[in-house]
Write a protein that binds this ligand. Structure first.
Ligand code: BGP
Length: 490
């Protein structure tokens, strides 16, 4: 067991959730439907489906979830009991603007989040707010096709202005878009970008359709992403204007991609994947300009990004203050077409790593990849970094005596914390860690409740049975001790 005194005293230990996966109350308090409300529940075998008509019998994922809408006070008490210094949550855009394009916000939605932030303040927990986490107001998708339409940038800005103003003094840390690079792979086209599929469609393999889509569809996707870049840059500028204490970050789905062999072709394949998969969005958001390699990628894929004069200046004027990312897994790239047939889980034709084990959901577990990735990010950008998602999705067993022995989760987290400590020793400016789903919630990729990440168990199953009681797992006490020793007890 490694002892470390590495973590700085003001390190932000905490946890992360997203409104669409935990709040429920999808029609309460004046909330409008969001794009995530149109996704059905799925499973490991059955993909989630986007449907234009919402099934009234559906309870998951976002309709009821863990009903944090009514339980947030007791949940924040539990976060405080673990010693959280930071709580990452998202604001459901459609609670603030139910349709997205109206001029006046929904007062009840504003008060709901104000109360959450006041609760956090009571326990000295710093909120880290994701402004959009897979839940654009559905009206913006239906009427404008989401971020494919440039007007949505203004609606996003209007929403930002409202929350920056209302929560001035209560919230200092913001993330503009959750996993913005999901849209560069097409996974995020609907959930992140709000672009509607022509008909009801499976969520399917997150990265599969980037291979088969036409140049027109890819161009629309990258133009929507360009609009998100503009929205993000303008939001950064606005946040600084409204409160000079505001700090705004990008949020990237971080996946290390190793070359499968030392064959130079594999090396180049991994570099290309790292470039377009990981770095493309943060190069724009941190450095304020499109990177050099994008030009060739666009040319080779016949992608036309629709830009307007002045956009380059907007991007330059809205560079983020810090870099944040989710980290679960790594992958390998191979230039060999035969190897690609053994495709891994998360990245389309990525190849599995024979040195690593996978989770029950097939995600490769690679703690050292986190140290590697942290070093790569810091070398590239030299800005403060937060790991804002990390964790093990696993099915837990509630024992007859009410305990949950999730030693597998403790191991997973411990290995990652050890590697974060190594990265800090390497010189990386890591300032926070908010593991994903600190309280059990609904899975984004499968829509299941049984894929649990939490330190806190929620009594609810995939059939909708359960009391919603919150129960401390063994990992709750492990994390509590870790925080109180500032990482030394790992
Ligand atoms: C990220 C999302 C989260 C979260 C997490 C775990 O991609 O930002 O919303 O859900 O992945 O994934 P899953 O819920 O599919 O296990």
């Amino acid at each position: 067991m490694k002892k470390t005194k590495t973590f700085p005293n003001n390190f932000f230990w905490g946890g992360a959730t997203a409104a669409n996966q935990c709040e429920g109350g999808w029609k309460e308090g004046g909330k409008g439907p969001s794009v995530s409300d149109h996704y059905t529940a799925g499973s490991r075998q059955v993909p989630r489906k986007f449907t234009r008509e919402i099934d009234p019998n559906q309870s998951y994922p976002s309709h009821e979830a863990i009903d944090m809408y009514h339980h947030y006070k007791e949940d924040i008490v539990l976060f405080a009991e673990m010693g959280f210094k930071m709580y990452r949550l998202s604001i459901a855009w459609s609670r603030i603007f139910p349709r997205g394009d109206e001029s006046a916000p929904n007062a009840e939605g504003i008060e709901f989040y104000r109360d959450i932030f006041l609760e956090c303040k009571k326990y000295k927990i710093e909120p880290l707010v994701t402004i959009q986490h897979f839940d654009m107001p559905y009206h913006l998708c239906e009427k404008y096709n989401g971020f494919a339409d440039r007007r949505v940038v203004d609606y996003y800005l209007n929403y930002c202005r409202t929350i920056f103003t209302e929560y001035k003094g209560l919230v200092r840390y913001w993330l503009t878009f959750n996993e913005i690079n999901a849209l560069s792979h097409s996974f995020g086209e609907t959930l992140g970008g709000g672009i509607l599929p022509k008909e009801d469609a499976d969520m399917g393999n997150p990265f599969a359709n980037s291979k088969t889509e036409s140049p027109e569809v890819a161009s629309r996707r990258f133009t929507a992403l360009h609009h998100e870049f503009l929205a993000s840059a303008k939001a950064v500028k606005l946040a600084h204007e409204i409160d000079e204490n505001n700090r705004v970050g990008c949020m990237i789905a971080g996946t290390c991609v190793y070359p499968y062999t030392c064959n130079p072709d594999d090396m180049l394949a991994s570099q290309q994947r790292m470039n377009m998969g990981n770095w493309f969005c943060s190069d724009v958001q941190v450095r304020g300009a499109y990177p050099h390699y994008a030009k060739r990628y666009f040319q080779e894929h016949n992608i036309q990004v629709t830009k307007e004069p002045g956009d380059d200046e907007i991007l330059k004027a809205g560079c983020v203050d810090f870099y944040s990312f989710s980290y679960y897994s790594s992958a390998c790239a191979s230039a060999d077409p035969e190897m690609k047939k053994t495709a891994g889980n998360m990245m389309g034709d990525a190849v599995s790593n024979p040195y690593l084990k996978a989770s029950d959901w097939g995600w490769m577990i690679d703690p050292k990849g986190l140290r590697y990735f942290l070093n790569e990010v810091y070398a590239r950008y030299e800005v403060p970094i937060m790991v804002v998602e990390n964790g093990l999705g696993a099915a837990d067993t509630l024992e007859p005596d009410g305990s949950i022995h999730d030693d597998y989760r403790i191991d997973y987290l411990r290995w990652h914390v050890e590697q974060m400590a190594e990265a800090i020793e390497d010189g990386v400016d890591l300032i926070g860690y908010t593991p994903w789903g600190c309280i059990d919630l609904v899975s984004a990729s499968t829509g299941e409740m049984m894929k649990r990440y939490g330190f806190i168990y929620v009594d609810k199953d995939d059939e909708g049975n359960g009391t919603l009681e919150r129960i401390r797992k063994d990992s709750f006490y492990w994390y509590q001790e870790l925080i109180s020793s500032n990482g030394e007890s790992v």
